[in-house]
Ligand binder design. Structure first.
Ligand SMILES: Cc1cc2nc3c(=O)[nH]c(=O)nc-3n(C[C@H](O)[C@H](O)[C@H](O)COP(=O)(O)OP(=O)(O)OC[C@H]3O[C@@H](n4cnc5c(N)ncnc54)[C@H](O)[C@@H]3O)c2cc1C
Length: 291
């Protein structure tokens, strides 16, 4: 197995072009497990840890360009205001050690339906783009088009993720996850909700609920119509119930060791109602309404 260690981003892209079977490694929290258990035997490993710009983020005020290798711990510390949903999701990932190494670029690269960054990225808005680079150029991939199947994404063999572009939150965002314990756990299911008061739309993201992370489009449209954006009045209980039902209906879960499909649907409806209550309470506070 060849070990490639580019010093710059350009060198990394050339290495990927010359070694299409190379496996990129960033934090290594997925890759090293796969190698240790002999689940993968790549012809080459491409270590991205010397490419400093992958661990940087920047913002122009309307969106954040998040370097692929910025670890979860820094997302929590530095980006909780512009990206509250993603920061909340990051808090639930693994343990402090995993959060110090693991990254959103790695979560995308693994494309597991259980990855915790995905629901938050989907909910953050249709403007989220994965920045994929190769020696052939740059592609900005809409997040909805990134996931193709279980642990499959749309990157070409010579492409690397440079960054993810995420709109700055224009309203409350929440993330909630069900696991068999409180930490170090793969989600049984997860749900992210974002309210977008600027255009009065709603974003959702479902995790561990289908072959790929997905949004609940009908639930989003229903809730956007049902919410009293102007007054901030609490949503009708029947509308809250219906929202939960539509979120559950968007799922296509499986029975496995972590939970049954029926349980996952039930839990998603609960998470949807709960995150809506949290988001709406935050929204009312922003409007200056109390109680
Ligand atoms: C103990 C433990 C607990 C965990 N808990 C959670 C959890 O709670 N929630 C969760 O979502 N995940 C969890 N994980 C999985 C893992 O930590 C995450 O998926 C993490 O986001 C991976 O990031 P990384 O930088 O370590 O990726 P790596 O392991 O370096 O890479 C992961 C995949 O992405 C590819 N890749 C990496 N960088 C790039 C790039 N720039 N361009 C293209 N492809 C790239 C790699 O080739 C590989 O296929 C856990 C893992 C462990 C070991």
């Amino acid at each position: 197995m060849e070990f490639l260690r580019p010093a710059t981003w350009d060198e990394a892209l050339v290495a990927m072009a010359e070694h299409p079977g190379a496996l990129p490694v960033s934090g290594g929290t997925d890759v090293m497990v796969e190698l240790n258990f002999d689940l993968r035997r790549p012809s080459a490993i491409l270590d991205l840890n010397r490419v400093g710009e992958l661990t940087e983020w920047s913002t122009d005020g309307s969106s954040v360009r998040l370097g692929a290798a910025v670890p979860y711990a820094r997302i929590i510390d530095e980006l909780s205001v512009p990206l509250p949903g993603l920061a909340l999701a990051a808090r639930t990932v693994g343990s402090p050690q995993i959060r110090n190494r693991g990254s959103v670029g790695g979560n995308l690269g693994a494309a597991s339906p259980a990855g915790d960054a995905h629901p938050a990225l989907l909910a953050a808005g249709r403007g989220v783009r994965v920045e994929a680079h190769s020696v052939r150029g740059v592609r900005l991939i809409p997040i909805d088009e990134f996931y193709l199947g279980v642990k499959r994404h749309c990157l070409a063999p010579d492409e690397l993720i440079r960054a993810v572009r995420i709109p700055v939150a224009d309203g409350p965002q929440q993330f909630s996850k069900v696991g068999t314990r409180n930490a170090m756990v793969i989600a049984v299911c997860a749900f992210a909700l974002a309210l977008h008061p600027a255009d009065r739309t709603v974003g959702t993201g479902l995790g561990s609920a289908a072959p790929t992370p997905r949004r609940a489009a009908r639930a989003e449209a229903y809730l956007a119509d049902a919410l009293a954006w102007e007054s901030g009045d609490p949503p009708d209980p029947e509308a809250v119930r219906r929202f939960g039902e539509l979120v559950a209906a968007a799922a296509d879960p499986i029975d496995d060791v972590r939970g049954t499909a029926a349980y996952r649907r039930h839990a998603l409806a609960v998470l949807a109602r709960r995150t809506l209550a949290w988001c709406w309470s935050d929204y009312r506070e922003q409007l200056g309404r109390t109680a």
